[in-house]
Design a protein. Structure first.
Length: 254
């Protein structure tokens, strides 16, 4: 069976590109009104996603439209307050959807996403809201691999979808670099080129041997993917640029 890549995008955030994005992605994470969207914007995004046959996920956040959901409120809200914030967005989303298609998954937005990846209490609050809304556990959760969100979700017996970002920089622990730091979002011409695939792994013994083994099964020599010094491009010698090798550990070093 051929493997497929599920390409997702966040939509319903008052942006102008939703229609174009929904023509190429296979999954849409649609804002539920906490940081953007809601109302007519939400209904339009849902209608467009359904028309294009795209899987639909709910995209809740801290209720903070002023900061587009990118300011953490983790230490400002009680557990119950956060549960209620997420639950209210789930219910508003469900009302707008009106049973036309199933909700595939939940993917938190912005600061709520980042907090839930590293704090089990925030992940638990999101899951408490989702469990109230969906006690049958038909809705999966999407997030970073090997995160607190992944652990809490799986412990509760709910499906978890691990995702990666092609246009974001990663910290050494596999979390996303804060958007407040320079270089957090990578220009696409630095990530994509005709012959270029950027891979990041943890710098530990045995990583390259395992990658070489995996590539060898596809008849690809590791020497063919390491760019020689002096050639133009984004990555030169991998052993000299270990910061480029952070996140593939989640794929090949389990």
């Amino acid at each position: 069976m051929a493997r497929q890549i599920d390409l997702s995008a966040n939509v319903g955030e008052n942006g102008a590109d939703d229609e174009a994005l929904l023509q190429v992605v296979t999954t849409a994470n649609i804002a539920a009104g906490g940081h953007a969207g809601g109302g007519e914007v939400l209904r339009n995004a849902l209608a467009q996603a359904i028309a294009h046959g795209v899987r639909i996920g709910v995209h809740p956040s801290y209720i903070d439209r002023e900061n587009f959901g990118r300011h953490s409120h983790a230490d400002e809200l009680t557990h119950g307050n956060l549960v209620n914030q997420v639950l209210s967005q789930l219910r508003a989303f469900d009302a707008a959807l009106a049973g036309r298609t199933p909700i595939s998954h939940l993917k938190a937005h912005g600061a709520l996403y980042n907090d839930a990846m590293v704090r089990s209490d925030i992940a638990a609050a999101v899951l408490d809201a989702l469990d109230q809304f969906d006690p049958a556990k038909t809705i999966a959760v999407m997030g970073l691999p090997r995160s607190q969100m992944a652990a809490v979700t799986r412990k509760r017996g709910r499906a978890y979808i691990a995702e990666g970002f092609s246009d974001r920089a990663y910290n050494i622990d596999g979390t996303l670099v804060s958007r407040e730091r320079d270089g957090a979002v990578l220009p696409m011409d630095k990530v994509v080129s005709r012959y270029y695939l950027r891979l990041q792994v943890m710098d530990r013994p045995g990583v390259f041997a395992r990658i070489a083994t995996i590539l060898g099964k596809c008849s690809i020599g590791i020497s063919s993917i390491i760019q020689p010094e002096g050639h133009e491009g984004e990555t030169v010698r991998s052993e000299e640029h270990t910061s480029e090798l952070q996140s593939l550990a989640y794929l090949v070093c389990r």
